[in-house]
Ligand binder design. Structure first.
Ligand SMILES: Cc1ncc(COP(=O)(O)O)c(C=O)c1O
Length: 408
């Protein structure tokens, strides 16, 4: 195939960015004894009671095309669980089953923005927001978050300043991957006010809502949510997934939550992308939502332990930019001036630990690395014993190579 052949493809397809994590994963994939903390998933397999629901469905012959919006039993189960979590009655008509959270993101972006239009994305951010927008011809507009001694923060004046006549939506991920930044209820209210005043959509990715560690952003058993501040008629599309809470990343099931009036449009977009999520996968999701609270609690307890262990170890590296995250399950830390992809490769070589380079998450991630702590404590303890000396060495070398400040 020649360059011409690729050039002949649609520009949006050609422009789709390659994941910045893949380079490091390819580099370290085959290293013996490597502890992989680079991707966003835990180490626990899907609980047996969930897998068994899928097996029963297959044995019963549920192998046909299905409801585009999701089987009624699953939409009802989602509504029950979400109503309990958000403390308000949410109708099954609001929920549209998708093949993973990513599929929900893709449909949401296709609903709100296309060629010549912009969507605001605070960064560092999960790169798939920008990817989904690029593929649909829209332009992601980064609003860099500010790192500070208290952690990352989002300057709402900067967010507002990024709005142009072409802006159609704000994509807000809270708790955020990779920074762990989590909006307070007041911040969510202020962002919603901006969206209302400017006639913008909000794509609310709250998939890490159960992983919240800081009282300032906590609402009961979960993080603050746009559900806490929204009114009837607000233009909000919620993205959700079973991937993280129920250890189901490989199953590819999630949902989009929206005003029921958008139902036919969403159904059509599902029809023309996945044509529905397999019924046996949906049966597994019903079991997860109805009987999975014990497992979610277990995962949260492990994340609390993992966060403490990793934070204590990172505190032993002088010069590191790091604050224990208020939400999600990542430590995102920086060495000023470091070349993140090169440092991630060095960590593979010298510590046999897989981390994601911060550059994969937008311009604000330069010099940062992301570590996923949703993993058993023994692995994390071993990983940190190997990682801290390499980080200390890199920090000391960085310090030596910094230009000496001469006082005038
Ligand atoms: C912020 C965020 N949203 C959505 C997803 C999508 O998850 P999935 O497609 O596995 O459901 C991820 C996965 O890493 C994520 O980090």
């Amino acid at each position: 195939m020649t360059d011409d052949t690729i050039e002949s493809l649609r520009i949006e397809a050609r422009r789709a960015p390659t994941s910045g994590i893949v380079d490091t994963v390819n580099y370290g994939r085959l290293v013996p004894g490597l502890i992989p903390l680079w991707v966003g998933e835990g180490d626990l397999p899907t609980p047996a009671f969930i897998a068994e629901a899928a097996t029963r469905s297959l044995a019963a012959g549920e192998t046909f095309y299905t409801w585009q919006r999701g089987v009624p039993e699953l939409r009802a189960a989602i509504a029950r669980r979400m109503s309990a979590i958000y403390g308000r009655t949410l109708s099954p008509e609001r929920f549209f089953v998708t093949s993973g959270g990513m599929h929900a993101v893709q449909i949401a972006m296709r609903m709100v923005a296309g060629a010549g239009e912009e969507v605001i994305v605070p960064t560092p951010a999960w790169p798939n927001f920008a990817g989904a927008l690029t593929v649909s011809g829209a332009t992601p507009v980064e609003v860099p978050m500010d790192p500070s001694p208290e952690g990352f923060s989002l300057d709402l004046a900067k967010l507002e300043a990024a709005i142009t006549p072409r802006t159609r939506a704000i994509a807000l991920n809270s708790p955020a991957n990779p920074t762990g930044w989590t909006a307070t209820r007041a911040e969510l209210g202020a962002i919603l006010e901006i969206a209302r005043a400017r006639g913008l959509w909000i794509v609310a990715d709250e998939i890490y809502h159960r992983f919240v560690f800081d009282a300032r952003v906590r609402e009961g058993e979960r993080a603050a949510s746009f559900h806490d501040v929204r009114r009837e008629g607000d233009r909000i599309l919620f993205v959700q997934t079973l991937s993280k809470n129920y250890a189901m990343t490989g199953w590819r099931i999630g949902w989009l939550e929206a005003d029921p009036e958008l139902g036919q449009t969403i159904e059509n977009l599902i029809q023309y992308s996945s044509s529905g999520t397999p019924v046996f996968v949906q049966r597994a999701a019903v079991a997860a939502l109805d009987h999975g609270e014990g497992f979610v609690a277990h995962q949260i307890a492990r994340a609390v332990e993992g966060r403490a262990l990793v934070s204590q170890a990172l505190a032993r590296v002088p010069g590191l930019t790091f604050v224990p995250p208020p939400g999600a399950f990542y430590a995102f830390f920086g060495l000023p001036g470091a070349d993140a992809p090169a440092l991630a490769r060095r960590i593979v070589d010298e510590a046999r630990i897989g981390l994601a380079p911060g550059t994969a998450f937008g311009a604000g991630g330069a010099g940062f690395l992301r570590l996923c702590f949703a993993r058993r404590a023994e692995d994390l303890a071993a990983a940190m014993e190997r990682l801290v000396p390499v980080l200390n060495a890199a920090a000391a070398e960085g310090e030596r190579s910094r230009p000496v400040q001469v006082r005038a």
